[in-house]
Ligand binder design. Structure first.
Ligand code: S3P
Length: 170
């Protein structure tokens, strides 16, 4: 049986954490983020984990996180890192919502943020824009395939996105 968590999935920088917090405020639930959980478990930043241990090690931590959610978490809004959807038990974790935007829309969102530099610096897979665009192009179809609900977030404000999600999950 599907768990009653809401899982926010999508490419890096699309606004998963922001939407998760706004959604949680509306529904009076808790919002958690897979990257935050991993950083807290490891007591170090994702960037450091990638640099010191490599990507595979990080993906194993994502798997531990997915297993914990599957076994222990219910009734929660969960934003997940852009590559988390590859965990084999991902679909079991809750209703999967894909926050969709064009690559340009995502880059504009990041570059217009007050902390744009940090948003870019903290993401190892956003250091080379050509590689990031390739990753975006290959992941798009997988996100669509795995999602229960697709929400177009481009040029929409947070309130509208949250309302759209709430209408569709009911
Ligand atoms: C990644 C996305 C990041 C983080 C890690 C890898 C990815 O999370 O998990 O840097 O593979 O797309 P955000 O999507 O929150 O940036």
């Amino acid at each position: 049986m599907k768990k009653d968590n809401i899982i926010l999935m999508g490419f890096m920088g699309v606004g998963k954490g922001t939407i998760a917090r706004a959604l949680a405020e509306q529904t009076k639930q808790f919002a958690v983020d897979s990257d935050d959980l991993i950083e807290s478990l490891q007591n170090r930043k994702i960037k450091t984990i990638f640099a010191k241990e490599g990507e595979e090690y990080f993906r194993n931590l994502e798997q531990e996180c997915a297993n914990w959610i599957e076994m222990c978490v219910n009734g929660t809004i969960i934003s997940v890192g852009g590559g988390f959807f590859k965990r084999p038990n991902f679909k079991n974790l809750g209703t999967i919502i894909y926050l969709q935007s064009s690559f340009e829309g995502i880059m504009d969102r990041i570059n217009n943020a007050p902390n744009a530099k940090n948003k870019l610096k903290k993401r190892p897979l956003l250091q080379d824009m050509q590689e990031a665009k390739k990753l975006f192009d290959t992941r798009g179809p997988s996100y669509e395939e795995i999602a229960d609900i697709v929400i177009d977030v481009e040029n929409k404000n947070i309130e509208n996105i949250v309302n759209e999600i709430l209408k569709k999950v009911k």
